[in-house]
Design a protein around this ligand. Structure first.
Ligand code: GTP
Ligand code: MG
Length: 295
């Protein structure tokens, strides 16, 4: 069904955002992950996409006065198994930080659903509408996470024109439906994506979307997976990088050979593009308690 035209003057001047529970990360994102649109979080493996999404699913439950959305979340995972142990670890830390707010386990307000293929995702999106209208929980659903979209498209499609067209068509159908749900229910939609090595410096035929110049991870120049068609499907694009920095550790003057070279992992969250944000970045660390910005 085609949605009715929208009078932009009736839109509120500010978009609600979902805090990450960290003032430094929130400052980098001007308050957090925005509602009513799709935010893509992309990074190579082990950079913290899942960790950040789990943290977001917990902080979405915070009251609006603390930067949350007073909402539960729907976590669609396409990689297996779902990291329940990490969610409980984070949830435990979260409850200790906000003992007055979480009398019951916050994990109870995170609905987890497994999806195995792009067609299955497209199939369940219309059914989600009735679930979102009546989630059978005291908190309305305010966040949908798809972790990850890349896993659904990684091996299912061949590199032929027909298959690429089918793949792009699925991108637009999935993202179109997600955008409709985001607007209708005021949801923040977060989708994770993988990276691929950037072989041609300025993209294929010079076509590129966003600020790709800064995208280095593990010393390699990378770009988001799934190409130009998918890049047009997301409203905002965030990147998590990880780079090893060499630090020389002086062991003293007695034995010069004892000087050791150590490496330290520096992680950053980058805004690649977003309609409401300038380019920017923030250093972060990943601990047992979650993902936090550092100055
Ligand atoms: P992929 O899903 O493989 O693409 O990686 P990702 O970007 O989702 O990274 P993920 O969030 O899984 O991992 C981020 C960091 O968390 C990594 O450095 C892991 O070492 C760390 N990590 C993985 N499992 C656990 C865990 O059970 N507890 C804690 N505290 N950290 C973990
Ligand atoms: Mg992950």
């Amino acid at each position: 069904m085609t949605p009715a035209p929208e009078n932009l003057l009736h839109r509120p001047l500010t978009t609600p955002k979902c805090t990450l529970g960290c003032p430094l990360l929130d400052r980098c994102l001007a308050g957090g992950f925005p509602c009513n649109s799709i935010t893509e979080l992309f990074a190579e493996s082990g950079c913290g996409k899942t960790q950040l999404c789990l943290q977001l699913a917990l902080s979405a439950q915070l009251p609006v006065s603390l930067g949350g959305l007073s909402g539960s979340s729907l976590y669609i995972h396409t990689e297996f198994p779902f990291p329940s142990r990490r969610l409980h670890q984070l949830s435990h830390a979260f409850r200790s930080t906000y003992p007055a707010i979480f009398k019951t386990d916050p994990c109870d307000s995170i609905f987890v659903h497994a999806v195995h293929s792009a067609d299955q995702l497209l199939d369940i999106l219309p059914k989600m509408e009735s679930f979102l209208s009546d989630p059978k929980t005291h908190l309305p659903v305010k966040l949908i996470v798809i972790d990850s979209i890349a896993a659904l498209f990684r091996s299912e499609f061949e590199n032929s024109p027909v298959e690429l067209k089918r793949r792009s068509s699925l991108f637009f159908k999935i993202s179109g439906k997600l955008k409709l749900l985001a607007k209708r229910f005021g949801l923040a939609v977060v989708v994770t994506n993988q990276v691929v090595d950037l072989i041609v410096p300025e993209g294929i035929n010079g076509m590129r979307i966003g600020n790709l110049a800064c995208l280095y991870s593990s010393g390699r120049r990378v770009c988001p997976a799934l190409g130009l068609a998918w890049a047009n499907c997301v409203n905002s694009r965030l990147f998590l990088s990880r780079n090893e920095e060499v630090e020389k550790e002086e062991k003293g003057l007695v034995d010069v050979d004892a000087n050791r070279v150590c490496t330290r992992t520096r992680r950053r969250l980058h805004v690649v593009f977003a309609p409401h944000l300038p380019e920017g970045s923030c250093e972060l660390v990943i601990t047992r308690e979650g993902v936090f910005g550092v100055e």
